[in-house]
Write a protein of this length. Structure first.
Ligand code: FAD
Length: 417
């Protein structure tokens, strides 16, 4: 199948990857509709991608060459210990990942989109006109078979196919899978990052550059690793814990507290955790982040019954929100785009394309959500007595979380037929 017009709602990791895939597969017109008007490349958080997933995505051209990445080989687990300011190291496990700066990864994907792709910023989609079809009846769509996309200025556009790459609060998902919403996991993450040169101010550095750290305490854990940045290496951290339970904050509705919007309660709670639970060295490292550069994201789980039907499909976090402990979201979003391109090349119609995409990606999304739930329970909700752990106990604990899965970081694209 060739030709047609495709609208990709959301121009982040999934959106850029899907726009390139649609253009390569032969769409006549591809338009990305991105709500954010400012510089997306300034979103500076870190993320990691498993080396095997990156190699697969590079081989098929979804992950463009030349994007800055920081090599990690091991993950160290430490717990507060009266004697050592850097805590007691109870486990070091292999960690074959590279870390990325979100903005630089996005920029690489954006620059790799073919010139024919129209990327419109500062335009929000408010609705997509689509009825979930009765399986016994023909799919309902616009009068000419297209999908109607309503924009914030109330104008309406029609496209042959609409891809929802609009993240965990997806508007497109409402049309495809009405009522399926992210479910609050019961805890949040505080996040921050800062210029790694600031580490010089906290004393002797017990932290090799290729090691990611996990600081553990009863009821939470915090990952800390270096990432590349536009002006040199940065330190990125994500701390998971239950937020203050005084009733002042509610997370049932998908939300987040961006940099500069951290409430006093959330800032004080973080300071208390660092003072009470962290080895002093790691508390001092996190305190290098200015309060205005610290932000909070509630953790959610989301899976949909269908990620593709008729002329609509869902990509990346719009289809599946996987707790970040699995370190798989970006890779999964790019794999979605790879599967979409393959399905397009084999499809005879839009409906065949979305059916094939759903068959390829639906089960993977469900597996990832389930694994990440187990990881979240073990590392935040029902933490073990880490103070009593040694390497053997930690390995057994980890195997229990995997429950037969080969590892974290997402599945190989070839893992399923
Ligand atoms: C704390 C944390 C740590 C993480 N760590 C990792 C990691 O180490 N490794 C990893 O692979 N993944 C990680 N992830 C997940 C990863 O960031 C996402 O899975 C990945 O970025 C895919 O995002 P996306 O493009 O699907 O959605 P998003 O990045 O959410 O993009 C959605 C886009 O759609 C736009 N948009 C939304 N609504 C509309 C609308 N109505 N109209 C127009 N535009 C709209 C938004 O502005 C945004 O640009 C982490 C996530 C979190 C929260």
């Amino acid at each position: 199948m060739r030709g047609g017009t495709v609208a990709v709602v959301g121009g982040s990791i999934a959106g850029c990857a899907f726009a390139s895939a649609a253009a390569r597969a032969g769409a006549d017109e591809v338009v990305v509709i991105e709500r954010t008007g400012g510089r997306l490349a300034d979103r500076g958080v870190g993320l990691c991608i498993h080396n095997d997933r990156a190699a697969e995505l590079s081989a098929v051209g979804t992950l463009p060459p030349g994007i800055a990445a920081h090599r990690l080989t091991r993950r160290r687990w430490v717990v507060r210990d009266g004697g050592d300011p850097a805590g007691r190291l109870f486990w070091e496990q292999p960690f074959p990942f590279h870390s990325y700066h979100w903005g630089l990864l996005w920029q690489g994907l954006r620059e790799a989109t073919p010139a024919s792709v129209v990327y419109r910023q500062g335009t929000a989609v408010t609705g997509v006109s689509w009825q979930v079809p009765d399986p016994a009846a023909a799919p309902a769509a616009g009068p000419d078979g297209q999908v109607a996309v309503t924009l914030a200025d109330e104008s309406v556009e029609r496209h042959d196919l609409v891809v929802g790459a609009d993240g965990y609060r997806s508007v497109v998902r409402e049309a495809l899978s009405p009522g399926s919403r992210p479910h609050y996991a019961g805890y949040v993450c505080w996040r921050g990052n800062f210029d790694a040169r600031r580490l010089d101010g906290v004393g002797e550095d017990p932290w090799p550059s290729d090691a990611g750290m996990t600081v553990c305490w009863p009821g939470g854990s915090c990952v800390i690793y270096r990432i590349p940045g536009p002006e040199g290496t940065r330190v990125n951290w994500v701390l998971y814990a239950v937020p203050p339970q005084d009733g002042s904050l509610r997370f049932d509705d998908p939300t987040s507290f961006p940099p500069g919007a951290l409430t006093a309660e959330l800032a004080d709670h973080l300071a208390g955790l660092l003072a009470r639970e962290f080895p002093p060295y790691w508390a001092a490292v996190l305190a290098l982040t200015a309060p205005e550069d610290t932000f909070v994201q509630p953790i959610y789980d989301l899976e949909v019954t269908r990620s593709g039907v008729g002329r609509l499909l869902l990509a990346g976090d719009a289809a599946t929100v996987v707790r970040p402990h699995n370190t798989s979201g970006a890779a999964k979003a790019m794999q979605d785009a790879t599967a979409f391109e393959a399905a397009w090349r084999d499809a005879a119609s839009w409906e065949h394309l979305t059916d094939a995409y759903q068959a390829a990606r639906g089960p993977v999304g469900r597996d990832l959500v389930a694994l990440a739930r187990r990881l979240g329970r073990a590392q935040v909700e029902q933490t073990p007595d880490w103070t009593a752990m040694d390497r053997h106990a930690a390995e057994a604990w980890w195997r229990g979380q995997l429950d037969g899965a080969p590892g974290i970081g997402g599945q190989a694209m070839t893992a399923r037929p």
